[in-house]
Design a protein around this ligand. Structure first.
Ligand SMILES: [Fe+2]
Length: 365
């Protein structure tokens, strides 16, 4: 086992050098192609759920985050509700009447019971979508979906072969509305609970996607080449066979995190929670992290109001960071992370918290 990890460590270091070299090349390439700065920050995410869970998934977000319903609509194919929070990316919950075309991405031991359920798409804002699309198509990218209407232009990639996530790119034209021309008003009759502590649960801070060890570098580089994000740093936890890699647009923007194994090990006992998650759930987004003020009070109240957790609050004010993970949602499979950084902490994550949180996800296997 020790030998395996020493080997893993060596491989990791060479793989890390390779990643940084390739990441620098992509930054140069983006400049050369005229892509630099075209793609802005995260505008929205789309979470698709089973039709029976549509209302429950929305109510859960109303209960346990700061988000509230901004708009809800439907057409003959799907229902959609837009949840919003000022200063944060929107969360679109959708449910289709027919199976999703990429249902095979969801057929894993612990996800096949809800075969249409996954966080499908991260949508980024673009200021000149025609220019962006032309450059990417010339570079060989194929788009699965294109929409043009009075409110926006939109393209979406096919799901990534490495993460299974799609990336969407949105240019707003007139008023900001996600409605298609065929959409009509949808009455939900759901209400946000009057709990004063919910105002402390703020913006979407980061999301973490779990990818196979062998696809870690490719997943990060592909994401960089399609957006304006850069690889920032990685924290590795040898004893759990896990690397947490952070990509960011700037220090203030939503971060996309890639969690992967260091290497795929043969023995089930030491495969670790990250490779284990992929075995049971497939590559997919594991959690959404919400920036949370007064995190101790919020944590206590969320528990009292029915949310279960995989772990207590970890970290401390002295270390600059406190975090926790909820149990996964029965309607979306997603874990909620609540995170608070203290004072002038600039490290984004700490190794001790990453270790504790990763360890806690063993409970999902
Ligand atoms: Fe996280």
């Amino acid at each position: 086992m020790v030998d395996n990890f020493e080997l893993a460590q060596e491989e990791f270091q060479s793989s890390e050098k390779e990643l940084i070299a390739q990441a620098n090349k992509i930054q140069e390439q983006r400049k050369k192609l005229g892509l630099d700065g075209l793609v802005k920050g995260l505008e929205a995410i789309i979470i698709n759920v089973e039709p029976d869970n549509f209302f429950k998934a929305i109510q859960e977000l109303l209960n346990y985050t700061g988000y509230d319903i901004q708009d809800s609509f439907f057409n003959q194919h799907r229902k959609c509700s837009v949840l919003s929070l000022p200063g944060s990316a929107d969360i679109l919950i959708t449910a289709y009447n027919t199976p999703r075309p990429n249902q095979n991405l969801n057929l894993y031991p612990k996800t096949q019971s809800l075969p249409n359920t996954r966080l499908e798409t991260f949508i980024f804002k673009v200021e000149d979508l025609d220019k962006y699309t032309t450059i990417q198509e010339e570079a060989g990218i194929k788009f699965e979906e294109r929409i043009k209407n009075n409110n926006f232009k939109y393209v979406k990639t096919y799901p990534s072969a490495y993460t299974n996530n799609s990336l969407g790119f949105m240019e707003w034209k007139n008023k900001k509305s996600y409605r298609l021309d065929t959409d009509q008003d949808l009455e939900l009759n759901l209400t946000k609970p009057q709990r004063s502590y919910l105002k402390y649960i703020g913006k979407l801070d980061h999301a973490a996607t779990r990818v196979k060890a062998i696809w870690r570098n490719k997943a990060i580089l592909e994401f960089m080449s399609l957006t304006n994000y850069n690889f920032d740093f990685a924290i590795y936890v040898n004893q759990l066979n896990s690397i947490t890699s952070v990509t960011r647009l700037s220090e203030k923007d939503f971060a996309l995190v890639f969690t992967s194994g260091i290497q795929k090990l043969e023995s089930k006992e030491i495969i670790g929670p990250t490779e284990g998650f992929i075995h049971y759930y497939g590559p997919r987004v594991h959690h959404l992290a919400f920036y949370t003020e007064n995190i101790e009070e919020v944590f206590k109240n969320l528990k009292q109001d029915g949310l279960s957790f995989l772990i207590d609050l970890v970290g401390s004010e002295e270390e600059g960071l406190k975090q926790t993970f909820s149990c996964p949602s029965a309607y979306t499979f997603l874990v909620n992370e609540y995170i608070k950084r203290f004072g002038d902490f600039k490290g984004f994550f700490t190794k001790s918290n990453v270790t504790s949180l990763t360890k806690a996800t063993e409970k999902q296997l």
